[in-house]
Design a protein around this ligand. Structure first.
Ligand SMILES: NC(=O)C1=CN([C@@H]2O[C@H](COP(=O)(O)OP(=O)(O)OC[C@H]3O[C@@H](n4cnc5c(N)ncnc54)[C@H](OP(=O)(O)O)[C@@H]3O)[C@@H](O)[C@H]2O)C=CC1
Ligand SMILES: O=C(O)C1=N[C@H](C(=O)O)C[C@H](O)C1
Length: 245
């Protein structure tokens, strides 16, 4: 039995994670912690899962890693500087590991993988992410990561910037750019989490679309992370390295 703690346990995803951990025969939910609860309840956990908020996740991670607790992190907001900080904490606590993934949905991971594969074959690429209006961050962690993976694939293929003759625009009309890739964020009631990667070339386009229909979709990936994180080495970013892609 792996002893599991959940941070953000009363949140939209945290509730699903607690339910999935309790239903798994090889996992034991030893702590369900949310805002204003003491972190001390997590001390008995071997692995802590964090689905909280970009503003608090770093403090949570520092607390867990400092106590030798492995972490599986779904909370978004990680840039290169934050990842370096986490690597530093892990280096000072050898034998403690962290898995940080912007999306634990298996189909979402495949969508990112396919976008990365396709990117080198098209002169143009843009990303549209669509989420529920209660989401804290924009663009989404998934869109940021997709843009980084796509940009890397384009660089490796020797592609330059996507063609764009725009000289006149309202602020924001072309979205944000992540690693040179335009990313557009929609917030709309009725949605959960969705993303399209639009690729365009000579006389044809390819659209790779992912739709989240239920937040339970994140739990198989989270449980995979919980089972595997004790055997990882320091920091792992993205669920893809745990899948046989
Ligand atoms: N990687 C992935 O697969 C996915 C990642 N996400 C990400 O996960 C995060 C959470 O998303 P979601 O569940 O929708 O958000 P919610 O706001 O529904 O849940 C977050 C929960 O964490 C609580 N919380 C806030 N601060 C703390 C704290 N310091 N300690 C413990 N709990 C705290 C919140 O309390 P309160 O409401 O009172 O502030 C809330 O109950 C976001 O960053 C989101 O982007 C979401 C879906 C999938
Ligand atoms: O906040 C959400 O809902 C989601 N957040 C993650 C992200 O920012 O990519 C994953 C998924 O898109 C749902």
């Amino acid at each position: 039995m792996i002893k599991v703690g959940v941070l953000g346990a009363r949140g939209r995803v945290g509730v699903e994670v607690c339910r999935a951990v309790e239903a798994a025969e090889d996992l034991e939910l030893v702590a369900a912690v949310d805002k204003d609860d003491s972190l001390d309840a997590l001390a008995k956990a071997e692995v802590v899962v964090d689905f909280t908020h970009p503003d608090v996740v770093m403090a949570n991670l520092e607390w867990c890693i400092g106590r030798g607790i492995h972490t599986v992190v779904g909370t978004t907001g990680f840039d290169a500087a934050r990842l370096d900080t986490v690597r530093g904490w892990l280096a000072r606590n050898p034998g403690t590991n962290a898995l940080i993934a912007p999306n634990f949905g298996i189909a979402a991971v495949l969508m990112m993988h396919f976008a990365q594969q396709a990117a080198r074959h098209f002169e143009s690429v843009e990303i549209v992410e669509l989420h529920h209006p209660n989401k804290a961050d924009a663009p989404s962690g998934t869109a940021r990561r997709t843009a980084e993976l796509v940009a890397r694939a384009r660089r490796e293929a020797g592609l330059g910037a996507s063609p764009d003759a725009t000289t006149t625009q309202l602020d924001g009309a072309r979205g944000a750019t992540v690693d040179g890739v335009h990313v557009h964020a929609v917030r709309l009631g009725g949605l959960i989490a969705h993303q399209e990667v639009l690729l365009g070339g000579e006389g044809e386009t390819l659209t790779i679309r992912h739709d989240t229909m239920s937040r339970a979709s994140f739990t198989p990936g989270v449980l995979l992370g919980v089972r595997r994180v004790p055997g990882l080495d320091g920091l792992t970013v993205g669920l893809e390295s745990l899948l046989d892609l």
